[in-house]
Design a protein. Structure first.
Length: 467
């Protein structure tokens, strides 16, 4: 494949994988906006709704590492097609669920769609040139905007679909129409991926022993990247599911308005990911991540303190601050993932899979944590939890940066000391050479004349003792 054809194929992989990921992400988090009508129809508690969301997030977390490795070994195209096909059936069956446990089981099944991220990262990393990896991964990661698709379209579809359904109720209406439409789109997307992406896929991990692909996971650095990703992605997922109920219960917003305000947070948190990738390509992942964390911490503090009555912020102020936090998350997601091809160019699938797993599992833990904290009276629990996490990450990142600077300074001092010693040695040799020249003697760098070769007639001893 020539350079031009290779570039076209890489662009096609990026465009189609991003579209597929957007759809799968929308399916993964659909309970975030469907939760209210589901709870009203089935009489579920707030705790049960939290667990439904957490179950989908959990299922979309645990397989990121193995699916990322699998994509490197057999190709991202095959794994993405399999994931689309798998998600279709449980997504469709949600429309006929009538109990909490039925929905819980289906959430664990269709929630596997969330693992599409690590598949797409490995797929695009295999096709993108090194100088554009950050930008390409940022474009693909913008598929997180699929959460906004659900937030914006689901209320409209619910209002348009007749409550009694179609064909005498054979096809349900209301909120149940949403998973049916998603299932149809999943089938269409499967066909597009099958027909329009290169059949001769790239498999950088083909033939490599599995043990060698897992070696980088022993490094502390990988787990640190995972904690960073909890802040920019795990918290993003948890907020996407939590914010609609927050806006409705605290500010009395309608479902449509709460979904719209949540979508305003999701858009920058997703669509600015390419900008974060471009900035990381240009300035490096570390300074961009540092800036994103600091800005998010500053913005989270007034949100965290807005709970008490005397500090209660108006809806406009809170929603604006939430949107700005989303800006930091969008840029930070790309900068955190830009670390991976820099440090582990041959293991993007494995390392990216683990980092993605840790980030998504953070969302699983955060969502029920919000509910527990709210029971204690802290209605701004999501903001407080994020501020605490960011503080920990900034502290750890600062320690790393200080260590890097100290190591750099130590090496600079060693180089300077070696240069001084070399200069002193050169000066001493020059002084000795000048003195030898005055005395008519050979200089210190002049070798003495060779001695005459005198034949030794005495026998050579078998052993000469060391002196």
């Amino acid at each position: 494949m020539n350079v031009a054809a290779d570039s076209r194929a890489a662009s096609r992989v990026l465009a189609i994988s991003t579209t597929a990921f957007t759809l799968l992400f929308a399916v993964w988090l659909m309970f975030g906006v469907l939760g209210k009508p589901i709870r009203a129809e089935l009489g579920l508690t707030a705790s049960q709704m939290y667990w439904l969301g957490a179950a989908a997030v959990l299922a979309g977390s645990l397989l990121r590492l193995p699916l990322g490795i699998l994509a490197e070994r057999i190709g991202g195209r095959r794994v993405m097609i399999g994931l689309l096909m798998w998600t279709t059936v449980p997504c469709l069956l949600v429309a006929w669920a009538h109990s909490f446990y039925h929905l819980l089981g289906l959430a664990l099944l269709f929630g596997i769609s969330g693992n599409a991220f690590s598949v797409g990262v490995a797929w695009n990393a295999a096709w993108s040139p090194p100088e554009r990896k950050g930008f390409a991964l940022g474009i693909f990661g913008a598929g997180n905007v699929g959460a906004s698709v659900t937030k914006l379209l689901a209320p409209l579809l619910i209002s348009l679909a007749p409550a009694a359904g179609w064909f005498g109720g054979m096809i349900p209406g209301g909120w149940r129409a949403v998973p049916i439409i998603y299932a149809i789109l999943l089938v269409v997307m499967t066909i597009i991926v099958w027909l329009r992406t290169p059949s001769q896929d790239r498999t950088p991990g083909y033939g490599r022993p599995l043990a060698s692909m897992l070696v980088p996971l022993r490094e502390t650095r990988v787990w640190r990247f995972g904690l960073y990703y909890v802040v920019v992605f795990g918290a993003y997922v948890a907020w996407s599911l939590w914010l609609p109920s927050f806006y409705q219960e605290v500010y009395g917003c309608t479902l449509g308005m709460a979904a719209f305000l949540t979508a305003l947070f999701i858009f920058p948190a997703s669509l600015l990911r390419p900008l974060g990738g471009w900035l990381s390509d240009r300035y490096g992942a570390r300074p961009v991540t540092y800036a994103a964390f600091l800005s998010m911490l500053i913005l989270s503090l007034p949100l965290m303190l807005s709970g008490p009555r005397d500090l209660h912020l108006p809806l406009f102020a809170v929603s604006t601050l939430v949107i700005l936090v989303g800006v930091g998350m969008g840029i930070g997601k790309a900068s955190v993932y830009r670390y991976i091809p820099d440090y582990f160019p041959a293991d993007v699938g494995a390392v990216g899979g683990l980092v993605g797993t840790l980030g998504a599992l953070g969302g699983v833990v955060l969502l029920p944590t919000f509910g527990i904290m709210e029971k204690s009276g802290l209605r701004t629990s999501a903001f407080a939890a994020l501020a605490l996490l960011i503080g920990i990450c900034i502290l750890w990142l600062h320690v790393i940066v200080v260590g890097i600077r100290q190591e750099r300074d130590r090496k600079a001092r060693m180089i300077a000391l070696m240069a001084e010693e070399a200069q002193a040695d050169a000066d001493e040799r020059a002084r000795l050479a000048a003195r030898a020249a005055r005395l008519g003697l050979p200089g210190p760098n002049v070798e003495p004349p060779p001695q005459k070769n005198i034949k030794n007639t005495s026998p050579t001893p078998a052993f000469v003792p060391a002196i």
